[in-house]
Design a protein. Structure first.
Length: 151
């Protein structure tokens, strides 16, 4: 699997992000959706990566700089055809490594509290993320859970 920084211009990436946003519409009420659209992902404080096996897009993920020592994981998504193949694990490990290289001391994320988000929460728990209070402007929300990890 090759993970590379991406400019969000390819058709495959567009389709995967649209699938991610549509899934958020299915599982989260509007006031609890924190997934970034294309404009949000193209902001200067965000780095976006796509993961490929040959010419096939298998997943993506992003890292938002909250401050010089704290980053937020955003837009983690595995292509539906590649679920349970370790794609998200590899993207997560890549993001953690980049965060360490940047000198971040903490990574945090927001995810859904509903059953559809259990696989994501288990992945993060497995890599040492623990539940925490809302951060970076998020508010308490019964549809959201917040996780963090010192790195």
């Amino acid at each position: 699997m090759e993970i590379k920084q991406d400019s969000l211009t390819g058709k495959e990436v567009y389709e995967l992000i649209m699938d991610h946003l549509q899934n958020m519409e299915i599982h989260s009420p509007p006031e609890s959706r924190h997934a970034l659209n294309f404009d949000g992902l193209k902001q200067p404080d965000i780095t976006f990566w796509s993961a490929w096996e040959g010419n096939e897009l298998v997943g993506c993920g992003a890292l938002k700089e909250l401050d010089p020592v704290h980053g937020e994981i955003k837009s983690m998504k595995t292509s539906p055809a590649h679920l349970r193949k370790g794609v998200s694990k590899n993207i997560l490990l890549h993001i953690i490594e980049v965060a360490k290289e940047r000198g971040y001391r903490r990574l945090s994320l927001e995810t859904g509290s509903m059953a559809a988000f259990i696989p994501a929460r288990k992945l993060y728990e497995g890599y040492g993320f623990t539940y925490c209070e809302p951060f970076a402007g998020y508010r308490e929300d019964p549809n959201s859970l917040f996780m963090t990890k010192e790195i």
